[in-house]
Design a protein. Structure first.
Length: 95
């Protein structure tokens, strides 16, 4: 079996930060699916619940997001995620 390359502490910390951000983002998606209601983060820079994902949002260039559960028969649970490059509060009409 080939050996995996040794990673530096800095590489591991970067990977850990990225994984934490992905997990936090997945938590918003899962919350939307479980609750059946849209979950929004109006401003990634000021929402305390989004702090773990903030570095990823900065690097990917979005400031707000919404996760809307999709309810369809004969399909696995899923959600539509919409990202915006500026802070935004999604109205009921937009959802």
């Amino acid at each position: 079996m080939p050996k995996k390359p040794v990673r530096t502490q800095k590489q591991l910390l970067t990977e850990n930060e990225d994984l934490r951000g992905r997990l936090a983002e997945a938590e918003d998606t899962l919350r939307a699916i479980r609750s059946g209601e849209a979950i929004q983060v109006s401003d990634t820079e000021t929402d305390a619940s989004f702090s773990a994902s903030r570095p990823r949002a900065r690097s990917e260039g979005y400031r707000s997001l919404i996760a809307v559960p999709l309810n369809a028969q004969h399909t696995p649970p899923s959600a539509l995620l919409v990202y915006r490059p500026v802070p935004h509060s999604y109205s009921q009409r937009e959802v």
